[in-house]
Design a protein around this ligand. Sequence first.
Ligand code: GLC
Length: 446
Amino acid sequence: MNRDSANMLDRFLSHLESVFFISLHDAQEIISNFHQEMRHGLAGGESSLKMIPSFVGRPKGTEKGKFLALDLGGTNIRVLAVELDGNGNATLAAVSKFVIPQEMMSGTGDKLFDFIVDCIQLFFKENNIGIQQAYDLAFTFSFPVEQGSIASGKLIGWTKGFTAAGVEGKDVVALLSEALKRKEIGFIHVAALANDTVGTLVAKSYADPYCDMGVILGTGTNACYPEKIAHILKCPGLGASEEMIVNIEWGGFSQLKTNIYDNVLDRASLNVGKQLLEKMVSGMYLGEIARLVIVEMMEQGLLFRGTSLSAFSKGYALTTEHLSMTAQGSGFFADFGLRDVSATDRQTIREICRIVSTRSAKLAGAAIAAVVAWMDAKLESDHTIAIDGSLFEKYPGFKGYMIDILNDLFGDRGARIKLDLAKDGSGIGAAIIGAVAAFNRRRMIT
Ligand code: GLC
């Protein structure tokens, strides 16, 4: 590479760094805008944060029994049997995982729910579970749902690439129950409906009383926290308990400085103008942001010179797993038919991945800071943040960047915030919610 090209490359990369940079001032601004949106959302005003009451509080740790959970997330369906010992311990007794085929995400709702029920049946077969009893099932449905009760809720709108027809505006528990009926499965009763963030918070707080936030950093991103019922002004009469977990749906947060790559991604997405924070942070989109940067650099002759653009021309061809591989030191080049990649190109790709993923981690950290500061402005208590999702679990350095921004924002007090992996939290938590719901139902019957 000659000197001019090297200078152009350096200039491009420093420009890239600056358009993706999150300064301390940006993070502080995010916190104050977040608080404003939370306030409006809780009051039922216009807000990019939906602030949805979940109809559950934090568990006591004494919930007991064996429960089924069904977890419909971004790319997979998991069916789990969870045993709760009543002493804060939850064990996975059996679990089966199924990939959701693209045609189920974009077909009809009936097809999608029939497929889900097929997965439940396969779970019983794979794990040799005999059907000697009726089962209460808790349904983790990781999409924005306006809950009407602990076991009912209408899908507000699909996110994360789902478009299945005939589900938006409908009660997803009713749709699941109808599919169970269609397949003549009478021994399963859907006892509870929960967002994955709520499951994650409930799972961790089953044993950790300091846990007061559930966060997902995976295909999508979102969070929940326990709010005082008196503050949920839009829903008077939510009951006698003091607090209820609120699903923030923070993926929709929109008071953000987007750059040209974010705007191009958004315009080509299935939900234009929506889920802006999710599109800048979550695993579904990071690969695509990086791909848009790569395409521009190739067009300018700054990357993979002499290579045709076609390998990178397909939307979403580059995934967050590819970025993660690069961050681990191995390249994704073979997947794109690239051989003999120069040391400069390898280094440039590493830089792009670092820049895109660092912004994601810092935005996630700033959003966590906003919610913690909402609950405890002076950070007088300890806070465990239960986090599930592959970005947090697997992306090298991701957690470190989140901690950096928390420390920048809160100084020494930042150490009071513990970011803890809650593996399988959403499914286990749903089972605990199912236990609470089943207990309440029995209490109502007797
Ligand atoms: C999307 C969904 C939200 C879910 C999150 C993480 O943002 O709208 O409900 O919690 O993804 O899976």
